[in-house]
Design a protein around this ligand. Structure first.
Ligand code: GLY
Ligand code: MN
Ligand code: MN
Length: 425
């Protein structure tokens, strides 16, 4: 759980980074239409959530900075008995005043008046440059006479880079539910016929443990399907003797987990599958060892490419010298993605990788990044020994940077061949 005082601290910190005589506006998310008059389940805008912990739509947070003085205003939807009968209770102005540690709570229908009042003598407006057009329209009136408009999302996302202990606790909880789901999949795979059945098992575990959503659409890809990186149709048969790549992680109280395991459908790796798997696993282990404060993601990426390329040479997948193959980027055909990404409220946290001057941001204690080496060999790739064709393997863990190194937050999820075969049997 995240205390109200922590949300307040986040708002104060953001307020400090705004320029003098400015207004910062952060809108809540919107319901998105699924079809006709049905909507997807509501998911709060990540930056708004980070600053408020408030999970309703039709809301807006305003940070008004007059000279150096900061005032925070939260606008929430008005109580409306008829509307609430259909769509559920709203917190409303009165309750919001009690709960949130903001200076003022008003109703959302006052948005234009509040903006008129506070934008009067201000020189800068901060808002999210990726805002929906309907919201941009609201702000247009103010942006034209201003000295500057600035992207508030960039400031918030930079703040989100370092996780607090309460955020880390929620991510650990998400990973622990995801662990149960992956272990369940390992136990069930030999008994099921279709990828979607395995997906259902996994997502059942998520929901049963109060993780009401996945953090991203689950990938359950058997055999050659694993070579489509964002395979989400999950509609093919689980074929005996093949591997199934499962990239699935739940979201728990707005915090993500992002875990991939690649397991044999029948619970036993073949010799060729073992060779490839051991190679990817050893690269993952070596890369995780590099994680510590001041390490650079670009060095980690480079090393992962070197190690995977060497592994491909050793297995006869690539031929030639390591140096030449790397120079010609030959390994990219089989390892086309990055080694990992920031993770937090979003599975791919939009936090920056570079500072304002374009210099790479080194790792720091409190950051969380995924490490996810993989190898993908299409079944029609005649250049590769036949035994490896049609196999895709990725192994993904979520790693916390600590003061003296790292903590693998997903270390309890079976990963070695022995561990996976044992759980599956
Ligand atoms: N599940 C998405 C990713 O691994 O980045
Ligand atoms: Mn990932
Ligand atoms: Mn993933």
């Amino acid at each position: 759980m995240i205390e109200e005082t922590e949300y307040k601290k986040r708002r104060d910190k953001l307020g400090c980074s705004l320029s003098k005589n400015s207004v910062g506006v952060i809108f809540a998310g919107d319901y998105k239409t699924r079809s006709n008059d049905t909507e997807y389940p509501f998911r709060q805008n990540s930056n708004f959530y980070y600053l408020s912990g408030f999970i309703e739509d039709n809301a807006c947070l305003m940070i008004v900075k007059k000279k150096k003085k900061i005032k925070t205003i939260l606008l929430v939807e008005k109580k409306d008995k008829v509307k609430e009968l259909w769509t559920g209770k709203r917190l409303g102005e009165k309750e919001s005043k009690k709960r949130f540690l903001v200076d003022e709570v008003l109703t959302y229908d006052k948005l234009n008046d509040v903006l008129d009042e506070h934008m009067k003598d201000k020189s800068t407006l901060y808002y999210d440059f990726k805002l929906e057009p309907s919201k941009v329209k609201i702000l247009k009136k103010y942006t034209k006479d201003l000295r500057a408009s600035k992207n508030i999302a960039k400031l918030i996302e930079a703040q989100r880079l370092i996780k607090s202990s309460s955020e880390i606790a929620l991510i650990k909880k998400a990973i622990s539910i995801t662990k149960d789901a992956h272990h369940d999949a390992m136990k069930q795979s030999s008994k099921l016929k279709y990828e979607y059945e395995l997906q259902a098992e996994i997502e059942y575990v998520f929901k049963k443990n109060a993780a009401f959503s996945d953090a991203y659409t689950s990938i359950v890809a058997c055999g050659n399907s694993a070579n489509t990186l964002h395979y989400i149709s999950n509609d093919k048969r689980l074929v005996n003797g093949e591997l199934v790549l499962i990239d699935a992680g739940c979201e728990y109280q707005y915090y993500a987990s992002d875990i991939t395991r690649t397991i044999p459908v029948l619970g036993k790796f073949s010799k060729a599958q073992k060779e490839l798997y051991e190679m990817v696993l050893s690269v993952g282990l070596a890369i995780i060892e590099m994680i510590k404060p001041e390490a650079k993601r670009s060095d980690i990426q480079k090393k992962s490419e070197e190690l995977l390329c060497q592994g491909m040479i050793d297995l006869g997948i690539l031929k030639g010298s390591l140096k030449k193959l790397l120079k010609k980027q030959k390994h990219k055909k089989y390892y086309p993605h990055g080694i990992g990404h920031w993770m937090g409220i979003d599975v791919h946290d939009e936090s920056p990788y570079k500072d304002k001057k374009g210099k790479e941001i080194p790792l720091k204690s409190g950051m969380i990044m995924t490490i996810e080496p993989g190898i993908y060999i299409d079944k029609k790739d005649k250049k590769v020994p036949k035994k490896y064709r049609g196999i895709g393997i990725r192994i993904e863990d979520d790693i916390l940077v600590t003061f003296n190194g790292y903590e693998n937050l997903s270390k309890d999820i079976a990963k070695t061949i022995e561990e996976i075969e044992q759980i599956s049997s």
